[in-house]
Unconditional design. Structure first.
Length: 478
């Protein structure tokens, strides 16, 4: 079921035309009047400093790693890979992430959770110091999570405004330079309602104003969930309505856009939609939607990954930046798409895989940093092939050539097997039996459907200029 625009006052379309009251603004960026952030009347930071932080968050080729999972969310992630969720395992995991060598090359900031901002490395160095030494800005999630919106079954509103001023002041003392508040918008039968959008955007704007008062850059995050069967056009309409409402609310609350960062979801079909979109379609729709609803004055926009695969999240960001230049830098603030590969590796052996897990984090940071510049390239898949006396390594594209057609068929089949879950286990076993992934010992398997050809399946390609393991197939035609 898709959301409908038919009833402008009942549906999300009402948020397209919010009624804005004119508020005489106490200060403007242009005149410099009141260019200071105050906490209980005491100046703590100039507007220029807020602007500088916001700009540093989206510096060219850099983005943000979100490691601000609440204790219940990180428990779900840990459960999935068989790690017990305790204060110590959470601390150890975040230490692994934050001490990744050279992380600051592509990461400008990290969003922490309340527990994490108070934690230290095993040797006693506060995480915030580790980060600042590495040139990474500490950020903090300050919302208290979504709660059911009374009167609107299935919809939620994010809570956490009560006591926020005091909490922000404490976070500022602990070293936080920016904060995050996530609103959740669900697409469903009659959702989202205009009421849900407005309630969430009002809270986002109230939060943002409090952040700036405390000298903290607000990251405002209205996430349109990917759950559902809706198509890309519905996602576009909901995203546009939400962003227009959000910037209306920010204006009403006197939030200074120059010291604000938008964390947006991409315009993308629902996970259950039969018609998925190409990277270029997602990029084009997202950029068009942002251009129609986000003021050019904003210092930058970062994206959440929202359940996309690592590669999708990178490819979409890259495609957007290849369509640039845009009015704002477009970068990333990924949680799962930055961490999931590293978490999987770390969970298998926390000590032994510590350095490899960090390499995976660094690799994801590098790839997303390149995507933020529009310079990312999908890692080429190479195949090793021998056809009669010919032997060589071929990129997947080369297999389109007629000469390699029979070889290509074999590759396709082998590749499908590799991708399939059952076969993944099988290839995994072969790799295990080989012991040394780089030894290139052969494993013979008969393939009746290709006659006398024999396939040899290897894993990993030491001769390729990519860091991740991939399938390599050698073919012999007799
Ligand atoms: P994901 O990238 O996993 O969606 O998380 C980003 C985030 O911080 C959501 O609030």
């Amino acid at each position: 079921m898709q959301a409908s625009l038919a009833q402008p006052n009942a549906g999300f379309a009402s948020a397209l035309a919010p009624e804005l009251d004119y508020n005489p603004r106490p200060r403007t960026a242009a005149t410099g009047v009141g260019r200071e952030a105050k906490v209980f009347g005491v100046q703590v930071m100039s507007i220029e400093q807020l602007e500088n932080i916001a700009q540093a968050m989206v510096a060219p080729g850099k983005g943000i790693i979100a490691i601000d999972e609440s204790n219940s969310t990180i428990k779900k992630r840990f459960d999935a890979v068989g790690i017990e969720c305790t204060e110590e395992t959470r601390r150890a995991y975040r230490e692994m992430l934050l001490t990744t060598p050279s992380l600051g090359e592509h990461i400008s900031g990290a969003i922490l959770y309340d527990e994490t901002i108070r934690q230290s490395t095993k040797s006693g160095v506060p995480f915030t110091k580790v980060m600042l030494d590495a040139g990474i800005l500490p950020g903090i999630k300050v919302d208290k999570g979504p709660q059911p919106l009374a009167g609107f079954p299935g919809e939620v509103v994010t809570e956490g405004l009560d006591g926020l001023r005091e909490r922000l002041n404490e976070y500022a003392r602990l070293g936080a330079k920016f904060a995050k508040w996530r609103a959740v918008i669900t697409i469903g039968d009659d959702a989202p309602s205009g009421t849900c959008i407005e309630a969430n955007c009002h809270a986002l704007a109230r939060y943002a104003a409090l952040c700036q008062e405390a000298g903290i850059v607000p990251m405002v995050e209205p996430e349109i969930l990917m759950d559902g069967e809706h198509d890309i056009d519905v996602c576009y309409d909901v995203t546009e309505a939400t962003l227009r409402s959000l910037f209306g609310s920010l204006y009403e609350q006197n939030v200074l856009l120059e010291g604000t960062i938008l964390k947006a979801s991409m315009v993308i079909p629902g996970k259950g939609c039969a018609e998925q979109a190409s990277a270029d379609e997602v990029a084009e729709a997202t950029v068009r939607c942002l251009k129609t609803s986000v003021p050019a004055l904003l210092p930058g926009i970062v994206f959440l990954s929202g359940g996309q695969s690592d590669e999708q999240a990178t490819a979409h960001l890259n495609a957007m930046n290849q369509m640039g230049p845009h009015p704002w830098p477009l970068s990333f603030s990924y949680g799962r798409a930055m961490q999931s590969a590293a978490l999987k590796l770390w969970s298998k052996d926390m000590q032994k895989n510590f350095a490899d897990a960090q390499k995976t984090v660094a690799q994801r940071a590098r790839e997303n940093g390149l995507a933020a510049l529009g310079q990312w390239k999908k890692a080429p898949v190479f195949f090793a092939a021998r056809v009669g006396r010919l032997r060589g390594f071929f990129q997947a594209d080369a297999l389109e050539h007629a000469l390699f057609k029979p070889v290509a068929q074999v590759f396709d089949q082998a590749f499908d097997r590799h991708e399939g879950d059952q076969q993944r286990a099988r290839v995994g076993k072969i790799a295990h039996r080989k012991q040394d992934r780089h030894s290139r010992k052969r494993v013979h398997r008969n393939q009746p459907h290709i006659g006398r050809e024999q396939q040899h399946i290897f894993q990993s390609t030491p001769h390729c200029n990519v860091d991740r393991p991939m399938l390599e197939v050698a073919i012999e035609l007799h």
